[in-house]
Design a protein around this ligand. Sequence first.
Ligand code: PLP
Length: 376
Amino acid sequence: MVYFDNAATTPVPKAVADAMYEVLTAHFGNPSSQYPIGVEMKKAVEGWRAVIAGALGCPAERLYFTSCGTESDNWAIQAALWQNRHRGRHIITTAVEHSAVLEPCKLLAQQGYEVTYLKPGRDGNVTAEQVADALREDTALVSVMLVNNETGAIFPVEEAARAIRRSKAPALLHVDAVQAFGKLPFTVKKLGADLLTLSGHKLHAPKGVGALYVKKTTRLLPRTLGGGQERGLRSGTESVPLIGALGEAVRLLPPAGEALEHIQKLNSLLRQELAQLPGVVLHSPEDALPYVLNFSAGKVRGETMLHFLAQREVYVSSGSACGKAKPSHVLESMGLPKEQVQSALRVSFSRFSTEEDVGALVEGLKEGLAQLAVGS
Ligand code: PLP
């Protein structure tokens, strides 16, 4: 099998699955229990929290475990608006965020918030100037992703943070780093983020676990009320096996630069091969994070090519996994012609991807183009 849909989800390596199995079977204590098998688990959870916080460059107590990136995004937006509730009801985000940001913004607009959606250029990116121009004295939140899940475009988050600091806006900066964490080296401090989202299943942990970084000066409204877990802000017995798996997955991440070099090679190889195929148009910018490459292969519909490749056990996507079969809002807002939006494919690598995988994909694409382009 050739798996090139790592932006949708990633396989769980044996070492991570083994760590999780060990917790499930041998260490089932409740971290809130007073006796040793509970206390041990509380300590273990705090150990894994410290590992992840270390990778983000923040103190462990600044990190809250959640069930996924979507929950973290929703919680972050709610937190910023709560903190600035007496100062403003204006939100700035981009037209190309994940639906975990866009859908809450849609609901907030119905509740009287004003939302400015920054439109990307043809390169899929927005500029810090666009953020600066949109800032107002009543801007409560700026929510900008670090890496776009469909194109790999790297957003100018640090510059956006500086623009906020220079402005009179009380805005907090939320960064959706779901596609960046573990791939692009950064620290929350360097980015200037007040809130930052990550998700386990994009970095070789299982589905169902994520985390939210919250700067010390940012106040969180409790997500759930009950037994007071997660320092009273997200009650509910911790999912120790999933937290353990996330901690292990992060512990096993290779130095970001090392993996990036490998992925850059694969990306360049694929770009070279694609350049030989008729009618290929690249949609990812040159300076995108090389983990993602978005392109159109001729006039063949993305979905048709996806299924053709899947028959050969080569897995790519035709956009965001959450976008189902809808045309991509990301490519549409980049102003691509309808035909290119419909024919787009997204290839997303992981550190386990190989040159042979790229070869198999290219063979599949060639055959697909030869067979499917007939009559299109
Ligand atoms: N944000 C981005 C940029 C994503 O790519 C995704 C998932 O595709 C999410 C948020 C949602 O993460 P999760 O699937 O963990 O809810």
